[in-house]
Every structure is written in structure tokens, then in C-alpha cells.
Design a protein around this ligand. Structure first.
Ligand SMILES: Cc1cc2nc3c(=O)[nH]c(=O)nc-3n(C[C@H](O)[C@H](O)[C@H](O)COP(=O)(O)OP(=O)(O)OC[C@H]3O[C@@H](n4cnc5c(N)ncnc54)[C@H](O)[C@@H]3O)c2cc1C
Length: 467
């Protein structure tokens, strides 16, 4: 007798009989895995090796029909569900203990229309595959800066990327989504159909249903001027101050990072990563001052194709290492905040400590705060604090380091936190999610009530349905 202990919305723990699970299994074209299956451990493993979750069932969906059957099964049997796109989030909300994982990894089809300059991609696609498909036509949309990240979670929460200066967020480039809502219906959401739902999914994360496909607007993008200018860590106070002043007023072509980190040999460095999405000669002239802050250890900036740029962090942020992160949006970077970052960075004992200032890009800031559910149009930089280590026994040390700096930097942030950077058990309080959405929260809660009044989709950065 196979038994499933399912956490329920009401807090009860019913046992589902073998018959019900067998019926569910037969309703799927894809596989249904349980802990006895050989592939179970691989299917439940996450990009963040610091998270270890044991779901009761994993449905490897093979199309929209499977997703509908999963949603109906979960709703009818009060089973907790989680939705897995790329499985790449830091807090790892895509896998729930004792729940059903709706795994979209096999739903990875992409169709590019080079004439209309659009692409439709299924919910399990990752950015590496998406960029490869669109770059065949010299096209791209703003996307995540690591090829292994899923398009789904990233787009539904926002989507910062190298094209942000000219083309805003990933979600600003959405034309429509196909979404299976809590009632098991497949809906199209766009400016013309279900416009409220379309507003909500652009920033509201996985709260409104399972998005089975995304339709994006594409832009011509080929070779950019990009790469790393690496300075000794001792120069960090000067380099970050110069970077702060340089980025006070930049053209749309320019999007950038400034990061304290360790190189592959473990040497700590301060790196500026400029990206100029315009004529190369123009970019060379524009970024020249960034290369002249003394003598860099290395200057690796040059013309780069977009797919290579998108893979820039792949070697450092490999799946399976131990990760933790916290973040603040910042409107400006004060001298005090810089000093705090520099001092705190020196104290980290992680193999790879990362403190990253990510300039989100001019076009992101030009969109009205209530145009989509994404509520951080005043956040000029996303400041990420990320310790990476390998020994699980060191977890508490590195978490504490991260949380201490995050708390110290709180007065220097906008008060908003990127929803894709929260969602762990310990920080998923209603207050944190509510403050992350600011003035958009009440409208989100009303739309949540309309499409998911029983909060079936709650293993996420949860928006509670309005009463
Ligand atoms: C190494 C690394 C680099 C990153 N770089 C960037 C970056 O450059 N820019 C940026 O903006 N963010 C970045 N992020 C954060 C990223 O946006 C989030 O982690 C995002 O959730 C990843 O998407 P995923 O599909 O892989 O997530 P998953 O872990 O699969 O899912 C996370 C959550 O998203 C929701 N979800 C996923 N798929 C669906 C779906 N099809 N339908 C409905 N809900 C769904 C669910 O609530 C799920 O719990 C990065 C993260 C990492 C780890």
C-alpha cells in the first residue's frame, strides 16, 4: 500500500489511497515519481545544495493536460503543491516537503517568430536554451544572467538582466501567458484577455496558477561590449565610490554590475562588469574611465556575443554548492553603505563571498510602479549578498554573515525587496511579502481572491487572498 501523507490547506493530514494515486498516475502522460523510484532523488534535487526537500510525489508533466490533471488532483485531495520551472531559486520554493511537485522540466519547447519578433516558450525552458533559440535570429529579450535559471520563476517575479537599460525587465517584454488557474482551467492572460490576471502575473510570482507558456517580445541584439575589469580588493572603497558616481546618470545602452567576490583561485577582488548594448566604438569611449582606476589586475572587456555574456556567471555558480542570499533595492549608494559592505566582506570566511550591486537599467525605472505588479521601479540597484560554501556544517556561519550585513544595510535600502530573493521558511512572513509589493499588494490580494481564493498556490512568496 503506497500512502501519501499530504499536508493540507486546512492543516489536516489525510491519507490518500493507492487507488486514488494510481488513477492520478494514469491521468498523466508524463511520469509520476514517488520516494521508491530510482529517479526520485535526482528529480527532487535543487540548484541550491543547501536545501534538501522530500516531496511525496513529483509529476514530470508532459504538456498542459498533465498540468491541469495535477492541479485538479491537488485541489480535490487537499494536497500541497509546488511548481518547478528551472528549479533555480535560492530559497528553493519549487519543491515542498510532503507535497506534489508540478515539474515542468520536460515542457521545454520554444518557437521563435523572427518576422513578428516574438517567441513562445514553455514553462520549463531555461535561459540558456531560450537565448540560443532567439540568437539564431539575432534577437533576444531581457533575461537572467545565468544560463541554468528558469524563464518561469524569473519572469513571474521580475527579471533583471543585461538588456535592462534599453528593454526593461523580462516581464515588461511579456505579450501573454497561458496559465492553469486553481480551478483547473487554462486561461490566456494578456492586455486584452484577463487583463487583471496579466497585471498580477507580471511580478506576482507563482501565486496565480501554473504558467505553461510565455510569449515574449524580442529585440535585435548581437555583439555587445562587455566583460570584467578586475581590481585588487584593497581598491574596493575607491572603485565602488567611482562606480556609484559613474552610474548616477547613464545612457540606456549601459547596464552594469560592481561586485566584490573571489576569483577561481580564491583571491578576493573587486570587479566592474560593464555592458554596452550599442555601437562598440561608442561603448569603448563611454566606459574608458571605468578601466582607468589605477592598474586593473585584468581587463577582460571587449566585444562579446550575447550568449557568452549570459553565461558569464555559470562557472562560479554551479548547481549543488551551498548558497544563501539576501537583498535590498537601493536608490543610491551612500559612503556609509559602501564602508559597511567593504568591512563586512573582509570578515566572510566563505569560499566565495559575493556582494553585488546590480544596476537594473534605465528602462526598468521608466515604467510606472502600478503598470505591473512588480513594485520596485525606484530600485536603481539590487544589492545582493551571497555567501557560497561547500561544507554543509558551515551553514550557520555563512547565513549569519549574510543576515548581519543585510540588517546593517536596511537603513540604506528603499524598503523594497525583490520577491525572487525571498521565500525561505524563516523569512517568508506575510509582512515581508506585503512590504515587497508595497502599494500593489491590495490589488494583488483581490486578484488572488478571484483566481485562487483557497490559496492552493501558496508554497511561494505568498500573497494571501483578500478576505
Ligand atoms: C545563480 C542565479 C542567478 C540568478 N540571476 C538572476 C538574474 O540575473 N535576474 C533575476 O531577475 N533573477 C535572477 N535570479 C533569481 C531568479 O529570478 C529566481 O531564482 C527565479 O525564481 C528562478 O526561476 P526558476 O524557474 O528557475 O525557479 P524555480 O525554483 O523553478 O521556481 C521558483 C518559484 O517560481 C514559481 N514558478 C516557477 N515556475 C512557475 C510556473 N511555470 N508557473 C507558475 N509559477 C512558477 C513558483 O512559485 C516557484 O516556487 C538568479 C538566481 C540564481 C540562483
Amino acid at each position: 500500500m503506497v500512502e501519501l501523507l499530504a499536508a493540507t490547506l486546512s492543516g489536516q493530514e489525510p491519507t490518500l489511497s493507492e487507488v486514488i494515486i494510481d488513477e492520478f498516475k494514469k491521468s498523466l502522460r508524463g511520469e509520476l515519481l514517488s520516494p521508491d523510484d530510482l529517479d526520485y532523488d535526482e528529480a527532487r534535487s535543487l540548484w541550491n545544495g543547501n536545501v534538501d526537500k522530500r516531496p511525496a510525489l513529483i509529476a514530470i508533466c508532459d504538456g498542459v493536460a498533465d498540468v491541469i490533471n495535477c492541479v485538479n488532483f491537488a485541489r480535490n485531495n487537499n494536497v500541497l503543491i509546488s511548481v518547478r520551472g528551472g528549479g533555480h531559486s535560492f530559497p528553493s520554493t519549487s519543491v515542498a516537503n510532503d507535497g506534489l511537485v508540478i515539474d515542468l522540466s520536460n515542457m521545454d519547447g520554444i518557437r521563435v517568430d523572427p518576422v513578428r519578433r516574438t517567441a513562445r516558450a514553455e514553462g520549463g525552458v531555461k535561459w540558456g536554451a531560450f537565448d540560443h533559440a532567439t540568437q539564431a535570429f539575432g534577437l533576444a529579450t531581457t533575461g537572467g544572467t545565468n544560463t541554468d535559471t528558469g524563464i518561469a520563476g524569473l519572469t513571474l517575479g521580475g527579471g533583471h538582466g543585461w538588456l535592462g537599460g534599453k528593454h526593461a525587465l523580462a516581464l515588461d517584454n511579456l505579450i501573454s501567458v497561458d496559465i492553469v488557474t486553481a480551478d483547473g482551467q487554462l486561461r490566456i492572460a494578456s492586455e486584452d484577455e484577463n487583463p487583471d490576471l496579466f497585471w498580477a502575473v507580471r511580478g506576482g510570482g507563482g501565486n496565480f496558477g501554473v504558467v505553461t507558456s510565455f510569449e515574449y517580445r524580442l529585440q535585435p541584439v548581437t555583439t555587445l561590449l562587455a566583460g570584467m575589469i578586475i581590481y585588487p580588493i584593497e581598491k574596493a572603497p575607491e572603485v565602488i565610490r567611482f562606480y556609484r558616481d559613474f552610474t548616477l546618470n547613464t545612457p540606456d545602452e549601459f547596464t552594469s554590475w560592481c561586485v566584490m567576490m573571489a576569483d577561481p583561485d580564491g583571491n578576493r577582488v573587486c570587479v566592474i562588469v560593464p555592458c554596452y548594448n550599442g555601437p562598440i566604438a561608442e561603448g569603448e569611449a563611454y566606459i574608458k574611465p571605468l578601466r582607468e582606476l589605477g592598474t586593473p589586475i585584468a581587463d577582460l572587456v571587449g566585444p562579446m556575443n550575447y550568449e557568452d555574456l549570459q553565461a558569464l556567471t555559470d562557472a562560479a555558480l554551479v548547481p549543488g554548492r551551498q548558497y544563501y542570499e539576501k537583498s535590498h533595492f537601493m536608490k543610491e549608494i551612500s559612503d556609509e553603505a559602501i564602508d559597511l559592505m567593504v568591512e563586512h566582506f573582509a570578515e566572510s570566511t566563505a569560499a566565495l563571498p559575493v556582494i553585488l550591486l546590480q544596476q537594473v537599467g534605465n528602462a526598468v525605472l521608466r515604467v510606472a510602479n502600478d503598470a505591473t505588479a512588480y513594485s520596485h521601479r525606484d530600485g536603481v540597484y539590487n544589492c545582493l549578498i551571497i555567501p557560497v560554501w561547500d561544507d554543509p556544517g558551515e551553514t550557520e556561519i555563512h547565513r549569519k554573515w549574510c543576515r548581519d550585513l543585510w540588517e546593517a544595510l536596511e537603513p540604506y535600502g528603499t524598503g523594497g525587496i525583490y520577491v525572487n530573493n525571498i521565500g525561505r521558511e524563516e523569512d517568508d512572513s506575510e509582512a515581508l511579502v506585503r512590504s515587497s509589493y508595497g502599494s500593489n499588494y491590495l490589488r494583488l490580494a483581490e486578484i488572488k481572491k478571484q483566481f485562487d481564493g483557497d490559496n492552493l498556490f501558496r508554497h511561494n512568496q505568498n500573497i494571501r487572498p483578500a478576505p
